[in-house]
Ligand binder design. Structure first.
Ligand SMILES: Cc1cc2nc3c(=O)[nH]c(=O)nc-3n(C[C@H](O)[C@H](O)[C@H](O)COP(=O)(O)O)c2cc1C
Length: 322
């Protein structure tokens, strides 16, 4: 069983990656994407998107981090892959799933799913640039508008020498809206031999088992599910459905806040904490109480006070009207 923490730009940054991997259960993490245009990325770009590279390419708890590249320029992708590995990345992941219109307009991300030959060329270029001992993986969606090229895309990635394929079980057209179409992963599973990592809407131990049953793979990548339930990876491994108690989440929130305050302007810190609490509402009723208190909050000192208060007791917080 492989359990991977998903790349999530603007959400699973270095701070959240540190906190989530510290809960245990993850085999590796994929970084937010590094955009490669027509020249190799400078070291500082890699190190700012993936500061773990300054610490042996691992999060504080020792989980390896794999840099994700997004682009289509063969030489630049190959050279960037070499640079990222030289800096300490544990393998290279290639993004064929980003739905952003801006990114797709410049022929990066999910738009490449219209061209299996291009996927083949990009993965081949990156594979050829790295020693065989370095893992090259790709992450794709089921397709752009539909799944017509799904099997061709998966086969192209495998034929180009990728060691693993992660599939987010939606097309670009389906965005992020539920449901994830796990049954399509079963068709890919039957079509390729390399490990297939299932992704999309795995938010509980029960979801994991339902996904495995139809996708035919035990390997998964967890995205928003891990942000909602930070112990999800550990619980899947232990087949343990009991959620992490709220009393263990509030110190994490305070820790996250302090770390943010050291590096970001106060307004951004307030926004990032709201973003996480909003996800936590899914698995913790107490987060709903906290959410109602903070959702209109703009002041950093007030937010800090609320977070400290809820570390002692959330129940006594005075929520705004629903
Ligand atoms: C805020 C956000 C940012 C994302 N950024 C990336 C990214 O940089 N690279 C990538 O391959 N996928 C990215 N994704 C997609 C996720 O990795 C994942 O495939 C998707 O959220 C489905 O999995 P989930 O339902 O477990 O969240 C992002 C998703 C979200 C919600």
């Amino acid at each position: 069983m492989r359990i991977v923490l998903a790349p999530m730009e603007g959400l699973a940054d270095v701070h959240l990656r540190r906190l989530l991997t510290a809960q245990g259960g993850f085999d590796w993490v994929v970084s937010e994407f590094v955009r490669v245009v027509d020249h190799p990325c400078p070291d500082r770009v890699f190190q700012s998107i993936c500061p773990e590279l300054l610490h042996g390419g691992r999060t504080e708890s020792g989980t390896p981090v794999r840099v994700q590249l997004l682009g289509n320029h063969l030489e630049a992708m190959a050279a960037s892959a070499q640079r990222a590995v030289a800096l300490g990345s544990h393998g290279i992941d290639i993004n064929f799933g980003c739905p952003s219109k801006t990114v797709n307009r410049s022929m990066g991300g999910a738009v490449l799913l219209k061209e299996p030959d291009t996927l083949y060329r990009i993965v081949s270029a990156v594979r050829a640039a790295l020693p065989q001992s370095v893992v090259v993986s790709a992450k794709m969606r089921l397709g752009f508008d539909d799944t017509a090229l799904m099997l061709d895309n998966a086969a192209a990635i495998e034929a180009a020498g990728a060691n693993e394929l992660t599939v987010h079980a939606r097309t670009r057209l389906q965005g992020y809206a539920p449901p994830a179409h796990w049954h399509e992963l079963g068709r890919i599973r039957d079509h390729i031999k390399i490990p297939l990592i299932a992704n999309g809407d795995i938010c509980s131990v029960e979801d994991y088992h339902r996904c495995v049953a139809v996708a035919g793979t035990v390997d998964v990548m967890l995205g928003r599910g891990a942000v909602k339930l930070p112990t999800l990876a550990r619980q899947i491994r232990a087949n343990e459905a009991l959620a992490m108690p709220w009393s263990t989440i509030t110190p994490l929130l305070n820790n996250f806040w302090q770390e943010m305050c050291a590096v970001l302007p106060p307004r951004d810190c307030v926004g990032r904490v709201k973003q996480w609490v909003n996800y936590l509402r899914y698995s913790h009723p107490e987060a709903e109480i906290l959410w109602r208190c903070i959702r209109e909050e703009k002041s950093a000192p007030a937010m800090q006070a609320l977070l400290l208060h809820c570390q002692h007791t959330t129940a006594s917080l005075k929520p705004l009207a629903p």
